[in-house]
Design a protein around this ligand. Structure first.
Ligand code: GDP
Length: 314
């Protein structure tokens, strides 16, 4: 079996590559020139730009993969306000090109190609119900969410053309491999630095934002299950438990053995976003019942693993 993965150098790409290689799947990945080489040996790397749709199509036809995982994205919601057009091209239009190419491979080969789009809870914007599920209206509130929403809708369009296309609506998923630009890793790395006497304060934006934080390898597992399920459909992938940024901060300091943390945290307007969903919590009942999926790491354990990794690394 052969898989084609975009976004290989990201958190999810590295976990997915490890998972597929362990199953003896041949893993091919697309990475652009500026992208660091993935940490996973045995991945066959192809240099190219996802937005160069014709080149990607030629590569895909040549490789004729059985599974395509589109994880590539400009992943920062905050940065999407600075580069809305680039975000649209990478997170939206490129997915459309990849879907078309996957369908072409399927038609040429005369066998199914399975396609998984890494979608995002941000497609729901500021939903008026919580938790959200697959029937929640798609109504994004930032350029990142709007671009992901377009890709999400195109998955449905191609599913109607007989492609086994799945949109995995991923809620926030974290690990020690999460980059510092995300609030969880920013918190755990700064808390570790404070515990080591290398930093004085933790500067954050909205402490009241609530997110549904899960363990990244679990979310990769959901994507693989969805690719291989008998029926192609969209799935919310989430723990169902919402926590505030403040709760994450408290748990991280507790793990590092610091109880009086409030004086160590400051709110900096630089990190407060123009339009930020206040509460995103997902209902993954469908993934549980149809895919036999469930999250394996709860909140305190997740925070603990990230803080421990940062303490060990500093
Ligand atoms: P996102 O949900 O995909 O945008 O993931 P992030 O980890 O970047 O942000 C999660 C939530 O934390 C959002 O509601 C942010 O507004 C909030 N937040 C509060 N302070 C910060 C901060 O300093 N950095 C980041 N990245 N997010 C912050």
């Amino acid at each position: 079996m052969r898989a084609f993965v975009t976004g290989i150098s990201g958190q999810d790409g590295s976990y997915l590559a490890e998972r597929l290689l362990a199953e003896d799947v041949e893993v091919h990945a697309l990475a652009h020139d500026a992208e660091p080489l993935p940490d996973v040996p045995d991945v066959e790397l192809h240099r190219g730009d996802l937005t160069a749709v014709d080149e990607v199509r030629a590569l895909l036809v040549d490789l004729a993969p059985d599974e395509v995982y589109n994880l590539a994205a400009l992943s920062s919601v905050a940065r999407s306000w600075e580069e809305p057009d680039l975000t649209a091209r990478v997170n939206g239009v490129a997915a459309a090109g990849l879907l078309e190419s996957a369908l072409l491979v399927q038609e040429k080969q005369g066998r199914p190609v399975r396609f998984v789009q890494a979608s995002s809870a941000e497609i729901f914007g500021q939903p008026d119900r919580s938790p959200q599920d697959e029937s929640t209206p798609v109504r994004p509130v930032n350029p990142y969410g709007a671009a992901k929403a377009y890709a999400h809708l195109m998955v449905d369009v191609y599913r109607r053309r007989e492609l086994h296309a799945v949109s995995a609506i991923l809620y926030n998923h974290e690990s020690p491999r999460r980059p510092d630009q995300f609030v969880t890793r920013k918190i755990t790395s700064t808390v570790a630095a404070i515990a080591r006497g290398r930093a004085g304060v933790l500067a954050l934006g909205n402490l009241d934002a609530r997110r549904d934080w899960g363990w990244a390898p679990d979310y990769v597992d959901a994507m693989v299950r969805a690719a291989r399920a008998d029926v192609a459909r969209d799935y919310v992938v989430a723990t169902g438990v919402g926590r505030s940024v403040r709760e994450f901060v408290a748990a991280a300091f507790a793990r590092a053995g610091i109880s009086d943390w409030e004086p160590l945290v400051v709110v900096d307007p630089e990190f407060v976003r123009p339009a930020d969903p206040t509460e995103l919590v997902g209902d993954a009942t469908l993934a549980r019942t149809e895919l036999g999926w469930s999250p394996t790491v709860e909140f305190d354990e997740l925070v603990g693993r990230m803080v421990d990794a940062d303490l060990a690394g500093q």
